[in-house]
Design a protein around this ligand. Structure first.
Ligand code: IPE
Ligand code: IPE
Ligand code: MG
Length: 246
């Protein structure tokens, strides 16, 4: 993938709360999903300006097939329309789209629409947008393990490449979940090993570009240690504290 995007932030979002947004207004759940697409447009437009190189959005989980047929059909219709309408916008904005997750259970025309957008947006340099559709992280890990084919010299980096495949990108720096839920729901279990987590009560259709900017501002103040000691100044303080305690 484009090397300039590899060095920028990878933000992943579990876009949750569409149903509740609609229900609270006495509207059918599908209206919440429709408004959710507007929130997707807002964050996709804002992301490159905020230093985000990769944006992974959880749109439909492998477990979401358990929902009523009418809701699933409404969602598939929205995804289909999204693929049709966004290609021109992606071309203008330099967005490259790839989908992660299974393709074989999606409606055929949706799978074809995804392939088409992937092909026409492949040269996008401003943002790599990854849409997770019929996605299960456990399933992705199992498939990568199967394709590793018993290799005994496999490294974490090598395994990461097997998991990400054509959709190669850095690990997740920041994972956001909306709607007050605080769980992963089978999303990017491997890629989030050291990601920072941010949970907000805001329901997804209410999520604005300014909310994303504020979350990133707060994220930039965090001290990521990856198992090592804090940066030099803090490290000395830790050492002092140990001496005082000894
Ligand atoms: C997230 O919103 C969108 C999808 C899972 C497709 P929900 O539909 O889960 O909304 P709530 O959680 O019921 O409010
Ligand atoms: C996770 O949300 C999937 C998406 C946001 C697409 P769910 O609403 O399906 O997750 P649970 O059931 O609350 O864990
Ligand atoms: Mg939900």
């Amino acid at each position: 993938m484009q090397s300039n995007l590899q060095s920028k932030l990878h933000v992943a979002i579990i876009m949750d709360g569409n149903g509740r947004w609609a229900t609270r207004r006495g509207l059918p759940r599908r209206i919440g999903h429709k408004m959710g697409i507007e929130a997707v447009r807002r964050v996709v437009e804002a992301a490159p300006k905020l230093g985000i190189g990769t944006l992974t959005l959880y749109a439909f989980s492998a477990d979401n097939w358990k929902r009523p047929e009418t809701e699933v059909a409404a969602l598939m219709g929205l995804f289909r329309r999204y693929m049709r309408t966004e290609a021109a916008r992606f071309a203008r904005a330099g967005v490259r789209l790839t989908a992660i997750g299974r393709r074989d259970r999606l409606p055929e025309d949706l799978a074809a629409g995804i392939e088409w957008v992937e092909a026409v947006s492949a040269q996008g340099q401003a943002l790599h947008l990854r849409i997770a559709l019929d996605y299960s992280s456990r399933d992705a890990i199992l498939r990568a393990a199967a394709s590793a084919n018993g290799a005994d010299d496999l490294t974490p980096e090598g395994f990461s490449r097997l998991i990400k495949g054509e959709s190669d990108c850095p690990d997740v720096d920041l994972l956001i979940r909306t709607s007050g839920e605080q769980r992963l729901s089978d999303f990017l279990l491997w890629e989030c090993a050291y990601s920072e987590l941010h949970f907000t009560d805001t329901l997804w259709p209410d999520f604005r570009a300014e909310d994303l900017a504020a979350v990133l501002e707060e994220f930039k103040g965090r001290n990521r240690r990856f198992g090592a000691l804090p940066d030099r100044g803090d490290a000395e303080q830790v050492t002092m504290a140990h001496r005082v305690g000894a």
